[in-house]
Design a protein around this ligand. Structure first.
Ligand SMILES: [Fe+2]
Length: 418
């Protein structure tokens, strides 16, 4: 085999290796270093540097072999140098033989010669100067041949594309990071707005201060206990905050009527879930099904709820959770016409109404969450904070909860057998 053919095969091999290096998703500096060593190895050169060029023209060494670290310090590509680099001709600058009397090479000829740099190749990709490749010190002492130039040109182009791609990726990542931050900000604004709405709803109802906020928290606790994802848990908390938003259009006197209201006013008040849906549906929420949870938080499993009289399977699980949280808060807070009910009484209500008003598995999940707190298994005592310190005190509380959980799982098993 002729030596030139052998060299050509070697060059092809090096280019293939380089291609793989550049396509790899590994460390960028490592990629450039390996590429440069392949280049130096192919031509048996002693010195080389791959230099990255910023948009402003300043240079930074990415890989270096046989040259000083400071090799490009103080060197920059000026605006007037760019046309010559970008024109494509000449694409390489032979330092020694250059007769240029102006421009980049003329400015730095002596400096390059001092460092032992014989070839300066600009890397131009898509009309942009990506950087320079500096080479020198041919081991054989021979002149650079045309074939050498072809090889270097091809390999330099590969490296240039690699750097360009890396830059694009960096830009994309930066943009993605910016978008992520922006998205987080928008979400935070949304959550703040929701909390403001919840406060507005609660202000309108003077007897149920903080009700929406508590329903949001109870809903979140139940959903987490049921194994919902963090995203879904956040969503149901929002739904809890907003479940009564429809009350904003109901007359304040009806909401604040101290005793049982007449049928006319009652049907006016019962408009609030559907009205809430109308308010929430046109908004693009970052969480799923918020309007539906507001619409169906007064539905019952037995179909006797409103506004649509849905039955068990027709009611979204989220609405069942909000419904339980809503009723639980109503039972455990004082109203002007009655004191709040004892915990024993509340548990009795939940047991009796499981399968009729409430979904048994939602009630069981809530009971488990309360039991965990009562047994000291959870660090932050959030339920206790909402109910007041003494409400869950006493040995009977844990027993009541354990019995409720057992009964509900027994009923569930019975139901599954039928
Ligand atoms: Fe409601």
């Amino acid at each position: 085999m002729e030596p030139s053919t052998q060299k050509l095969i070697h060059t092809f091999g090096a280019l293939a290796d380089l291609g793989q290096e550049i396509a790899g998703t590994g460390d960028f500096s490592e990629m450039v270093r390996t590429s440069m060593h392949l280049l130096l190895g192919t031509l048996a050169l002693r010195r080389g540097a791959v230099v990255e060029c910023s948009g402003a023209g300043s240079l930074r060494c990415v890989a270096l072999w046989g040259l000083r670290d400071q090799v490009v310090n103080g060197i920059e590509i000026a605006e007037e140098d760019k046309p010559a680099f970008l024109s494509g001709e000449p694409t390489e600058l032979l330092v020694r033989n250059s007769s240029t009397t102006k421009g980049f090479l003329n400015r730095y000829r002596d400096r390059f010669a001092e460092e032992g740099i014989e070839l300066v190749f600009p890397m131009v990709v898509r009309g942009e100067i990506t950087g320079l490749v500096l080479l020198g010190g041919k081991a054989s002492g021979e002149e650079f041949s045309d074939q050498d130039f072809d090889t270097v040109r091809a390999m330099v182009r590969h490296i240039g594309v690699g750097i360009h791609t890396h830059r694009l990726l960096e830009q994309v990542e930066q943009r993605a990071e910016e978008n992520r931050k922006l998205y987080e900000e928008v979400r935070e604004r949304y959550r703040e707005t929701v909390r403001a709405f919840a406060a507005a709803i609660d202000v309108k109802d003077k007897y149920t201060q903080g009700h929406s906020e508590r329903v949001g928290r109870y809903s979140e606790i139940i959903a987490r206990e049921m194994g919902w994802s963090e995203e879904e848990v956040e969503g149901i908390q929002i739904a809890g905050y907003l479940h009564d938003i429809g009350k904003l259009i109901v007359d304040r006197d009806i909401i604040n009527a101290p005793y049982n209201i007449d049928a006319k006013n009652s049907s006016e008040l019962n408009r609030h879930p559907a009205a809430g849906y109308e308010i929430l549906a046109p908004i693009k929420h970052p969480y799923a099904d918020i309007p539906l949870m507001a619409r169906h938080h007064h539905e019952r499993l037995d179909g006797r709820g409103y506004p649509d009289g849905l039955t068990d399977e027709q009611i979204p699980l989220g609405a069942k959770i909000v419904s339980l949280a809503d009723s639980f808060d109503a039972m455990t807070t004082d109203r002007p016409y009655r004191r709040r009910r004892s915990f024993e009484d509340v548990v009795r209500d939940l047991r009796e109404n499981s399968g009729k008003q409430f979904d048994g598995k939602v009630v069981a999940a809530f009971a488990r969450a309360i039991l965990k707190e009562v047994n000291g298994e959870t660090k932050d005592r959030r339920i206790t904070k909402m109910l007041g310190k003494t409400y869950l005190e006493g040995p009977h509380v844990a027993t009541l909860l354990e019995e409720l959980i057992t009964d509900l799982s027994y009923e569930k098993a019975q139901k599954a057998q039928r």
